[in-house]
Design a protein around this ligand. Structure first.
Ligand code: AMP
Length: 630
């Protein structure tokens, strides 16, 4: 598929508002994608690599703007690109506003077109596969001079495409596709394209709601709102969803759905070494938990950083191992221990003692979920900020190991001894956890009255922990799901995790440091958390944070934020949204000053949430709920 054709389809999808109509267009694109299916699916989600891969493109906004400026011709510099960005608000619109055509001749003479074979001499643009190959070569560039290589290669790519394609390419490079296509839409579209019983692909037909041919009776018609009726059944969608949770790879699942249908999807298993998304929690109380489930599994809420452990010892020796019977795990010999963060970054190198601990305790292939916590010399927990000093560290790991002591608490077991446990009830998974790592497993207590839960909560708080987690004892592990089966209960006034969108240079002694940071909530499209965020209203400010930050901290924050400056006017700057601050406050007030309609009273910097990216930041919806609850 030509990349220009993909871009045109993406544009049509972006212009479609209605959910079902969007799903139908995405499904049609997937059905036409042939050999490019996996890439097309990833591109739609703004990715080059599947979510479980730790490889990234590693192209920052500044490099992308420079490549655009270079491709736009000798009269354009990065300042011009930045002006347009301040004006238009998003990189795709900026890229599409230039005509890169005048530069094409240059590209044909080899101005760094990357790995693709077809030169641009005949005027035809790159294919989806060309763009994918070139972006992968950019990702692979490393070492001295790699920034220059990345710039030249990206410049070469922009040079070969027209404005509509440049719009999509720029967004893809920065991972912000903004097509109104979230993961839920892609899931539904995969089911629609390849599993719906009238799809011309293998599928176990005969699901509910179908007529004699296995096709839904209202298929192909519009509903009362004029939206097309989708033909995939709930079972089709659930089959895709499950395979996505297990593989964490949208492209691969699309290809399996097309080539092997529901049986192929059902065959998918966890793989040791391939991280899945972490299951998440909502806020809730003991009364909520007992009202829903009658009894609750109560655990300490550890104030640390999430870690998913993958380990397959070289030769499983445990008599309890069932590896040979149930396993479809690809290769479970001699993997890891590997440790992944909540965002599936590989943090193995930063946490050697967790690696050593797991390697010394575990003798069957496992995937474990847990939390690493910093502790003092008595073993008492230290604030979350301490663990972050260790968490993503690439240098001085040994020195920091001396300074900050860590404990690992395992609270879930997704796979053990060849057996996938995602669908097993929490209680069963926890039993298995205790079998495989008796001394690392967090204590889980089943309670059926509020008093018992409150006693456990008080004990957890007295011991210096953050609070408790309440979990449905019968619930499966649903990767990536922030459902009602896990409730977090924190007694303190909640802090907010906010995106830093701007700042101000300090004064006097602090003139070379940023002194104030503008913090913003995320604004979800139509309040649907799982869908892509709205094109031009992604973040809205709620306040400015200046207190709670030491000079030393300001210096390191200045280093962190300088490359993110998007525009500057006097002492005021705007930043590319990339960093999340945890912010405390006294109250949320209504305010006409900020676009969010709210302002935080006495906002205070608590820390940088290194473990969260901007898509994990708190939403306007949550701010509204907290404001209402005050
Ligand atoms: P929050 O980051 O405030 O949304 O709280 C959810 C986080 O609490 C999870 O992502 C985990 O990192 C952490 N956590 C701490 N203890 C537990 C536990 N026992 N079970 C699940 N999550 C926990």
């Amino acid at each position: 598929m030509e990349f220009a054709a993909f871009a045109a389809r993406a544009e049509a999808i972006e212009e479609t508002e209605a959910d079902h109509a969007t799903t139908v267009l995405v499904a049609a694109l997937l059905a036409d994608a042939d050999g490019d299916l996996e890439t097309v699916v990833r591109f739609l989600l703004g990715r080059v690599f599947p979510a479980h891969e730790t490889r990234t493109l590693d192209v920052g906004p500044a490099l992308c703007r420079e490549a655009i400026a270079k491709a736009a011709g000798p009269n354009v510099d990065t300042a011009d690109v930045e002006d347009r960005l301040a004006d238009r608000g998003e990189i795709g619109a900026v890229a599409a506003s230039y005509d890169f055509g005048g530069q094409r001749g240059l590209a044909a003479f080899g101005a760094g077109n990357g790995t693709h074979a077809d030169g641009d001499v005949d005027g035809s643009g790159p294919t989806v596969a060309d763009v994918d190959g070139t972006l992968r070569s950019i990702a692979a560039a490393a070492g001295d001079g790699s920034e220059g290589t990345k710039l030249d290669t990206l410049f070469g790519l922009f040079n070969r495409i027209d404005p509509p394609a440049a719009k999509i390419l720029a967004r893809l490079v920065l991972g912000e596709m903004r097509l109104g296509v979230g993961e839920g839409t892609v899931r539904d579209a995969i089911a629609e394209a390849f599993l719906a019983t009238d799809a011309a692909t293998p599928s176990d037909a005969g699901a509910s709601g179908t007529d004699g041919d296995g096709r839904r009776e209202d298929a192909g018609q519009d509903d009362e709102n004029g939206e097309p009726v989708l033909t995939a059944t709930d079972e089709d969608v659930a089959a895709v969803e499950r395979a996505l949770q297990v593989t964490n790879d949208y492209g691969r699942v699309a290809a399996i759905a097309r080539d092997r249908g529901r049986p192929g999807l059902a065959d998918q298993r966890l793989v040791v070494g391939r991280p899945v998304q972490a299951m998440l929690a909502q806020a809730g109380t003991a009364a909520d938990a007992l009202a829903e489930w009658d009894r609750a599994a109560v655990e300490t809420k550890f104030d640390g950083a999430r870690v998913q452990v993958h380990y397959a010892p070289s030769s499983p020796t445990s008599p309890g191992s069932t590896a040979s019977t149930a396993s479809a795990v690809d290769a479970t010999d001699g993997i890891g221990p590997k440790l992944y963060s909540r965002n599936m970054d590989d943090v193995t190198a930063a946490l050697p003692e967790v690696v050593e601990l797991v390697a010394s305790r575990v003798d069957v292939p496992v995937i474990l979920d847990g939390e690493v916590v910093a502790v003092d010399e008595d073993g008492d927990p230290l604030p979350f900020q301490e663990v972050l000093r260790r968490f993503r560290r690439k240098h001085d790991v040994d020195r920091m190991r001396e300074e900050v002591d860590l404990r690992f608490h395992a609270f879930d077991c997704l796979h053990a001894g060849g057996e996938d446990l995602l669908e097993a009830p929490l209680e069963t998974r926890h039993d298995r956890l205790r079998e495989v790592v008796p001394d690392l497993a967090a204590t889980l207590t089943i309670a059926d009255d509020v008093e018992t839960i409150e006693t456990i909560e008080r004990r957890a708080l007295d011991a210096g922990h953050e609070g408790i987690m309440l979990k449905n004892p019968d619930s499966p592990y649903t990767p990536g799901d922030r459902g009602k089966n896990w409730l977090k209960r924190k007694p303190d006034v909640e802090t907010l995790d906010l995106v830093v969108t701007g700042g101000e240079w300090g004064e006097g002694r602090r003139a070379s440091l940023f002194g104030t940071f503008e913090v913003s909530v995320r604004v979800d499209r139509a309040g649907d958390g799982e869908e892509a965020v709205h094109a031009d209203r992604r973040f809205e400010p709620v306040g400015k944070v200046a207190t709670g930050i030491t000079d030393e901290r300001l210096a390191s924050l200045t280093d962190q934020f300088e490359p993110l400056v998007r525009s500057e006017e006097g002492t005021t700057v705007t930043f590319d949204p990339a960093v999340v601050f945890e912010v405390g406050y006294e109250e949320i007030q209504r305010s006409p000053t900020y676009g969010s309609g709210y302002a935080l009273r006495f906002p205070r910097f608590v820390g940088v949430r290194e473990d969260k990216d901007v898509t994990d930041a708190d939403t306007l919806e949550r701010l509204e709920r907290l404001a209402d609850a005050q």
